[in-house]
Ligand binder design. Structure first.
Ligand SMILES: *Cc1c(COP(=O)(O)O)cnc(C)c1O
Length: 409
C-alpha cells in the first residue's frame, strides 16, 4: 500500500460514524420515496441541484439521492479511497451506468477479453446493437496490444482487477498510463478484490462493484456501486443526462442498510477467505493438480499481484482446478456437493459457504467456444469460490473424500 494512502479499514471506521435517528448505533433506514421542503422557495432550488446531499442535505426523490443509500455510498467511497460513490440496484446497473456516462453513440471501448459474462454480453452485443458503441477486446497482459487497440473515439479502458475465472491480474498502474495517454478513462471492476486491491490509488479513474459478492457476503442481495470523483458521481444524477437518474437502477434503502451492516467485518472475511484459499491451493498443487491461484508462485501474475495488492487481505477466496474435461469437472463438483457436503453447485462468489461451478458452461457461457479458448477458459475448469464456514480441517477432509470417490488423484 502506498504510504500516502489511508488504510481502507481505518477510513471505513470513520465513515461509519453516523448515528441513527434516535441515537441508534446503526444508521436509520429512510424509506420515503419523496421529501418535503420547509418552504416553497426551496423546491426549485433543489431541482437546480442546490441543497443536495453534499450541500446541506435536502433530498428530492428516491431515484435521485436517498439518505441511506447515500450513506452507504460514503462508506464504499472510504473503502475505495474515492472522493465520492453511489450505489445501484446491481453490479451490471453500476457497470452500464458508469460506461454510458462516459460514452456517446459512436464512441469506443477497449476492454479486457476476459470479463464477467454479463459485462461481455453488454459490450459485445447490447451496446453495439442499441447504442452504436463498439468494443475491442484485448488480452490485458499484452500492454502493447492494449495501446494499439485505442482509436480516436476510445473513451473507456475497462478491466477487472482479477479476471474471471482465469484470475489474471490487471497491471492497473500501466493500464492507467495507457488510457490517460489516449485521453480515455480507466474503469476497474473490483468485485473480486475489495480491500485486497485499491485501483484508484493505483491510477484508475472509476471503480465499479457488484456488491452482490464479497461486499455483501451473504448471497441475499443483488447490488452494485460506482466510486469516483465528486464531479463524475454527481454527473450520474444529472436530471437531463445522468445515467443513474434516467435509466433508474435504484438501490432500495433497506438493501443499503443491510449491506452497511456487513461492511464492518469485510476485512475479517477477506482475510479468512484468502487464508483458506491459499491453504487449499498449495495442498492441491502439491498433489500434482493444475491449480490457478494468484497467491501461488506458479501463477503468472504472482509478482504483479504482490506489487498491486494491500498486504493483510491475501490473494482472495477463489481458485480454479483444471480437471481436463467438462465431464470430469461436473462429476467432481456434483460429488463435492452431494456426497461430501463441501459446498453448493451454484454460480456467484463471495458467500460464507463455498460455491462450485464449471465456468465454461456457466458464468462464461456467453462466450463462444472460440472466445473461451482465446480467454484460456478450459472446459474442465472448476471454479471454487471458497467460504469460511466449518473448520479448515473438516473442509480439507471433504475435498480429499471427493478426490477419492472420483479418482481425481
Ligand atoms: C457478478 C458480477 C458482476 C455483475 O453483478 P450483479 O450484481 O450480478 O449485477 C459484474 N462483475 C463481476 C466481476 C461479477 O462477479
Amino acid at each position: 500500500m502506498s504510504e500516502s494512502r489511508i488504510d481502507p479499514i481505518e477510513a471505513l471506521a470513520n465513515a461509519r460514524h453516523e448515528f441513527g435517528e434516535h441515537g441508534g448505533v446503526n444508521m436509520s433506514i429512510e424509506t420515503s420515496t419523496t421529501f418535503t421542503v420547509l418552504n416553497a422557495d426551496t423546491m426549485p432550488e433543489v431541482f437546480q441541484g442546490e441543497h443536495g446531499p453534499d450541500q446541506g442535505g435536502c433530498y428530492l426523490y428516491g431515484r435521485h439521492y436517498n439518505p441511506t443509500v447515500y450513506a452507504l455510498g460514503k462508506q464504499l467511497a472510504a473503502v475505495e479511497g474515492s472522493e465520492s460513490a453511489y450505489c445501484t440496484a446491481s453490479g451490471l446497473g453500476a457497470i452500464s451506468a458508469a460506461v454510458l456516462q462516459m460514452c456517446n453513440t459512436g464512441d469506443h471501448i477497449v476492454s479486457s477479453d476476459t470479463i464477467y459474462g454479463g459485462t461481455f454480453a453488454l459490450f459485445n452485443d447490447f451496446f453495439p446493437a442499441k447504442m452504436g458503441i463498439n468494443t475491442s477486446f484485448v488480452d490485458m497482459s499484452d500492454l502493447e496490444a492494449v495501446d494499439k487497440a485505442f482509436i480516436d473515439k476510445t473513451k473507456v479502458l475497462y478491466v477487472e482487477t482479477m479476471s474471471n475465472p482465469t484470475l489474471r491480474v490487471a497491471d492497473i498502474p500501466a493500464l492507467a498510463k495507457i488510457a490517460h495517454k489516449h485521453g480515455a478513462r480507466l474503469i476497474v471492476d473490483n468485485t473480486f478484490c475489495p480491500l485486497m486491491v485499491s485501483p484508484l490509488a493505483l491510477g484508475a479513474d472509476v471503480v465499479v462493484h457488484s456488491l452482490t459478492k464479497y461486499i455483501n457476503g451473504a448471497s441475499d442481495s443483488i447490488a452494485g456501486a460506482i466510486c469516483g470523483d465528486g464531479e463524475f458521481v454527481g454527473s450520474l444524477m444529472d436530471l437531463h443526462l445522468g445515467s443513474l437518474m434516467l435509466l433508474g437502477p435504484t438501490m432500495d434503502p433497506r438493501v443499503a442498510s443491510n449491506i452497511s451492516m456487513r461492511l464492518p467485518h469485510l476485512g475479517l472475511r477477506m482475510i479468512e477467505h484468502s487464508r483458506r484459499a491459499l491453504y487449499f491451493a498449495e495442498k492441491l498443487e502439491a498433489m500434482g493438480l493444475d491449480v490457478t491461484y494468484p497467491g501461488l508462485k506458479s501463477h503468472p501474475d504472482y509478482a504483479l499481484f504482490k506489487r498491486v495488492s494491500n498486504e493483510p487481505y491475501g490473494a482472495g477466496g477463489i481458485f480454479c482446478i483444471d480437471l481436463g474435461t467438462a465431464e470430469k469437472g461436473n462429476r467432481f463438483i456434483d460429488t463435492l456437493q452431494n456426497d461430501c457436503n463441501f459446498g453448493f453447485m451454484a454460480v456467484s462468489l463471495g458467500y460464507f459457504d463455498t460455491l462450485l461451478s464449471c465456468s465454461a458452461s456457466s458464468t462464461s457461457s456467453e462466450l463462444s467456444d472460440e472466445d473461451l479458448e482465446k480467454a484460456g477458459i478450459k472446459p474442465g475448469l472448476v471454479r471454487i469460490a471458497l467460504g469460511y464456514t466449518g473448520t479448515l480441517e473438516q473442509r480439507w477432509k471433504q475435498m480429499e473424500q471427493a478426490m477419492n470417490i472420483t479418482g481425481t488423484v
